[in-house]
Design a protein around this ligand. Structure first.
Ligand code: UT7
Length: 348
């Protein structure tokens, strides 16, 4: 049985910076409110035309592949995590395969929102362990800006999110004790509707409290109607407080689970890289686990919440800043829509 390691990482954030003050041009909000509740100062938004979830994913992937000392031609499997794909279908995996001129390798799309990258990493780890693949490209990328409600109506959601992409190349390692030690995946669909984008969807919103009116016809027409656009239900919905309350319980739980599984404790942890959901959530986890400031990495201040991209962007940035050294114990953890959550414990 092989063990997998992250051989290279990369990230890409669009050039367009939007500060909190910039958002006040579109909605009734303030720098003070956003910073106090979320810690976010600014975020990046992709070009409206020309830049997509896939193109950003490709930029991050190129850097990760180069840093892994390999080439696109050597990648033997793609796993692409996103909640904001270029198309309803097919997923971004095949678009990246085409864009990067890769061979006819497998491409898998993951839709586990904020924990998408952890799920993707876990799947890649299993494929490497069994020896099925030797160079897996794992990508997390999001273009939230195309779908958010930037009016006052959508301010509780739209001020939090940003665009960007991160990527990693996983390879087998023969060095004992190095690489991904374990991954831990969880879900609880009880509150699936508390953080969701209901449309376009095959339920047509029939289980929602606020049901849409569907066109009077025998078949079809339930995926997206004008009313959904008019009343704002076409935009992502979030019950922020419900998400917050669950996140601050499940994050510490899964981090401790990963440490326990490996007979380690929080004192052994060199760096925790939590999904950048909200700085207050990260601070809560830090306090709850009794971690020092230099044991937790945060960059939400600059990028906002980039969902599936946030963990790989933070991982690549922490590595660039020299905060990850060989032999370090790194924990990646995420919680988000579904709800789904997970952690990966890595010996660098
Ligand atoms: O990645 C995983 C997914 N997401 C998360 O982890 C998010 C978790 N939740 C949160 O981070 C927080 O719940 C938020 C930051 C989203 C919201 O903070 P909150 O303290 O829960 O605010 P709230 O939604 O309860 O709203 C409080 C007030 C309301 O006004 P009233 O009713 O008290 O007068 C809102 O209308 O703040 C108002 N408000 C805003 N005001 C200015 C909501 N959004 C804004 C805004 N600017 N952007």
């Amino acid at each position: 049985m092989f063990q997998s390691k992250i051989a290279g990482m990369g990230y890409y954030v669009p050039k367009n910076v939007y500060t909190n003050n910039d958002l006040t041009r579109f909605m009734d909000t303030s720098d003070e409110w956003i910073q106090e509740r979320t810690g976010i100062k600014e975020r990046r938004f992709a070009d409206r035309i020309g830049e997509t979830t896939t193109t950003m994913g490709c930029q991050a992937a190129k850097q990760a592949i180069e840093r892994a000392g390999t080439t696109a031609a050597d990648i033997d499997f793609i796993i692409f995590a996103t909640l904001s794909p270029d198309y309803y279908f097919p997923g971004c995996g095949v678009l990246l395969q085409r864009e990067m001129g890769m061979g006819e390798i497998g491409a898998l799309d993951i839709r586990n929102q904020c924990s998408g990258f952890i799920y993707a990493l876990s799947i890649a780890d299993q494929f490497i362990k069994t020896g099925m693949y030797k160079n897996i490209l794992v990508v997390g990328s999001e273009k939230h800006s195309f779908a958010l409600d930037f009016s006052t109506r959508g301010r509780n959601v739209s001020v939090i999110f940003g665009d960007g992409a991160g990527a990693a190349v996983l390879q087998p390692t023969t060095q004992a004790g190095q690489g991904i030690l374990s991954t831990h995946l969880h879900s609880d669909g009880q509150d699936a509707e508390k953080l969701a984008m209901y449309y376009p969807g095959a339920s047509g919103g029939q289980f929602l409290e606020n049901q849409p009116t569907w066109p009077d016809q025998e078949l079809g027409g339930m995926l997206m109607t004008k009313k959904m656009l008019d009343d704002g239900t076409a935009f992502p919905y979030m019950d922020g407080q419900a998400v917050f309350k669950k996140a601050v319980v499940k994050f510490p739980e899964v981090i401790e689970e990963s440490l326990r599984r490996n007979e380690l404790t929080t004192a052994d942890l060199d760096l925790l890289i939590p999904h950048q959901a909200n700085l207050r959530i990260s601070q809560f986890i830090q306090k709850r686990l009794g971690l020092k400031d230099d044991q937790v990495f945060n960059n939400i201040q600059k990028y906002g919440n980039t969902t599936a991209a946030s963990v790989p962007i933070a991982l690549a940035e922490a590595w660039e800043e020299g905060k990850i050294k060989p032999g370090d114990l790194i924990c990646l953890a995420a919680f988000g829509a579904g709800f789904t959550w997970g952690a990966a414990l890595i010996r660098w």
